[in-house]
Design a binder for this molecule. Structure first.
Ligand code: AMP
Length: 400
């Protein structure tokens, strides 16, 4: 990596603006917002604790939800300041805006080792517009900048990209460094066989990843609704399953490309089919190799596919997984996703899970600590796997 990292910065006594990902799920209760999962806050602790220990004046900035450029009380970051204070074991000051007089006053009051959280960046439309004046306003708080918000690094916003050129030095935080180490570094030359498991709703979201990893992977295992678009391309009956009609030709091309490159491209050999898209709908396994019955829809991979995919996972030395194998939110259609999660946890090889639903699934199995690396960013992890440069990383200072 040719970008500055946290340890390259001399932070002693200096103000450091740190972009973090505090986009946590909230629940409204008794008129107040409560954090239902503080994983994202916990993930940033190593960076914040390192800065505190090295006597930096820590100024955190983040976004929460989609307030559409206007102050919106339910998207206030105030609950995150309170939670962070508990986790750090020290008070965390809070500024009611990310720029302007209150923020300036609170920044000026910081002593080395203090921590301040600024209010939601997205209360200003200028944040997502990557407005230069707004970026300068943020940069004015500090001499140094650290980006630890991997989950937002695929966006070129004022706080993730624009701000970097207005500070003395811009470096990546420890979480960002870890994400890049696994999703980029380890996968540059992965131990083989290298397996890529893709699922989820749409082929269109995964085209870039399939194309980019086609020249690296030994095999792909496909599940989720996206498998039915490939089945449609192969002429296998899909019944009423979710199919992206406008992507059927592309699916054909991807299958042909895999063949040409000698990459195994495995599709489900059976499904759990249901009468309707409902948790308690009548359902049954399909006959192996026969596709989905007329009037039914495929909502999960079937038992033969689970056995086949388990076997593949077991033999692999590197596995990357993104996207559920079925409608895992409904217990009747969650078997495939949980079976893949368990197989991955049991495997001895390098296992990397790319954000979102697959990370939720592995947590639900209680086996998350058996996975080599769980990414904190869904969209950002996909873009890295596609081989794209993330704007939030590109903007950082090059190592001199
Ligand atoms: P994605 O956001 O692309 O990773 O897709 C995740 C969503 O795909 C989840 O909400 C799943 O319920 C959904 N999904 C997975 N398999 C199917 C399926 N066979 N039919 C319909 N939706 C599915």
């Amino acid at each position: 990596m040719n970008k500055l990292t946290l340890s390259d910065l001399n932070v002693d006594g200096r103000a450091v603006l740190v972009r973090v990902d505090f986009n946590v799920p909230l629940e409204e209760k008794d008129g107040a917002s409560h954090i239902t999962d503080d994983t994202r806050i916990r993930e940033t602790l190593p960076t914040i604790q390192d800065l505190v220990k090295r006597r930096a004046k820590v100024i955190l900035c983040a976004h929460l939800g989609r307030p559409k450029g206007k102050p919106t009380p339910k998207y206030s970051l105030a609950p995150c300041a309170a939670r962070l204070g508990e986790l750090l074991g020290q008070p965390v000051a809070f500024a009611k805006d990310c720029v302007g007089p209150d923020a300036k006053e609170k920044v000026a009051a910081l002593k080395p080792g203090d921590v301040l959280l600024l209010e939601n960046l997205r209360f200003h439309a200028e944040e997502e517009a990557n407005d230069e004046t707004f970026a300068k306003g943020l940069a004015a708080h500090a001499e140094l900048y650290v980006n630890d918000a991997f989950g937002a690094a695929h966006r070129a916003h004022a706080s993730t990209a624009g701000v970097a050129k207005f500070v003395k030095q811009a470096a990546m935080g420890l979480l960002m460094e870890k994400e890049l180490k696994y999703l980029q570094g380890e996968l540059a030359n992965p131990p083989r066989p290298f397996l890529v498991i893709l699922g989820g709703a749409k082929v269109s979201d995964k085209i870039g990843v399939i194309k980019a990893l086609m020249s690296k992977a030994d095999a792909f295992l496909i599940g989720g609704a996206m498998a039915y678009t490939f089945d449609a391309a192969r002429g296998i009956p899909v019944g009423n399953s979710r199919v992206e009609q406008d992507k059927v030709d592309l699916a054909k091309e991807l299958i042909a490309l895999a063949e040409e490159k000698g990459v195994r491209f495995l599709l489900p050999v059976d499904s759990i089919e249901a009468k309707e898209f409902k948790g308690d709908a009548e359902h049954r396994p399909t006959e192996k190799g026969k596709g989905v019955s007329d009037g039914w829809m495929g909502l999960d991979i079937g038992p033969a596919t689970i056995a086949l995919y388990r076997d593949e996972i077991c033999k692999a030395e590197t596995v990357v997984w993104n996207g559920p194998m079925g409608v895992f939110e409904m217990p009747n259609f969650a078997q495939g996703t949980f079976a893949v999660a368990r197989a991955l946890a049991e495997s001895e090889g390098l296992s990397i899970i790319g954000g979102g639903d697959s990370v939720t699934a592995i947590h639900e199995t209680g086996l998350a600590d058996r996975i080599t690396f769980l990414s904190t960013g869904g969209g950002a992890s996909l873009e890295l796997l596609e081989g794209k440069e993330l704007p939030g990383v590109a903007a950082l200072t090059d190592k001199g």
